[in-house]
Design a protein around this ligand. Sequence first.
Ligand SMILES: NC(=O)c1ccc[n+]([C@@H]2O[C@H](COP(=O)([O-])OP(=O)(O)OC[C@H]3O[C@@H](n4cnc5c(N)ncnc54)[C@H](OP(=O)(O)O)[C@@H]3O)[C@@H](O)[C@H]2O)c1
Length: 283
Amino acid sequence: MRAIRVSKFGGEDVLKLEKNVPIPQPKEKQVLIKVFASGINPVDTYIRSGTYAVKPSLPYTPGADVAGVIESVGPGVQQYKKGDRVFTARTVSGGYAEYAVADVSTTQPLDDTLTFEQGAGIGVPYFTAYRAVRLVGKGKPGDTILVHGASGAVGLACVQIANSIGMTVIGTAGTEEGMDIVSNNGADIVINHREDRTNDHGPNLIIEMLANVNLETDMKIVVGNRGTVEEEWKQMHAGIQAGMKVGWLKPHIAKEYTLEQAASAHRDIINNSGSQGKLVIKI
Ligand SMILES: NC(=O)c1ccc[n+]([C@@H]2O[C@H](COP(=O)([O-])OP(=O)(O)OC[C@H]3O[C@@H](n4cnc5c(N)ncnc54)[C@H](OP(=O)(O)O)[C@@H]3O)[C@@H](O)[C@H]2O)c1
């Protein structure tokens, strides 16, 4: 199969497209997904550069989030059959590839109303946002939330989640286009973080996308971990499935790349200003 392989940590040019990578095989309680789209996340670039706390053994294929259809299942998997539409936030073998293995416990059905590109935009952004707004931030109807950096993938997910439960949402973006998207995704008030500052009437909850720049002026920041990881995963899965069914969960795709353009995608996710949602690789 075609897949991106990284043989040494470094800049974007260590992302190499290989054409004869063996298709990974699902083990017990794993599924093999035929990948149609793969999400690009900032963490993919931290891992690739070798600066991230967790380092994969080399060589490896980057990418956690994919959407596609089940190709085959390993022993002990009853929930899925060949052809089922799914997405995952945790590939085991890497997402920038034509096929990827994932644990069945991290694999979820992808609703027919969403495209595969949108499916690849759910995983890391929506799990992060759901956990920040609902599980750790304890956002509730009537609360006000400031999403500082709402025009990117995690920010827009926060806006949609907060809006869906009746919070008053203040979202920020760095450009007019980004501000429009934040507004169209449910923010009540939109601020340009390159121009305006929030004033005295502060929100109950702040979700911060650039803590190194803004932490000193934020009142409250989401940190910490409460409850067991399994319990949180269960809640996040249920909340995200409900979001697809009800219809508020709609990843906004900013740009699509090919596998050959993986290096450009990595450059863009770190350097772009004027975010307009999610970057994905279309396989
Ligand atoms: N802790 C976790 O588990 C976790 C998980 C996922 C992501 N993250 C982190 O969350 C951040 C966002 O991820 P993402 O996937 O949403 O990235 P993204 O799509 O590239 O979005 C980046 C966001 O940051 C905004 N931003 C830029 N300058 C800003 C400033 N001065 N003040 C406030 N916001 C600013 C951007 O707005 P404009 O472009 O409109 O200026 C955009 O909304 C990244 O730092 C990522 O590493 C953490």
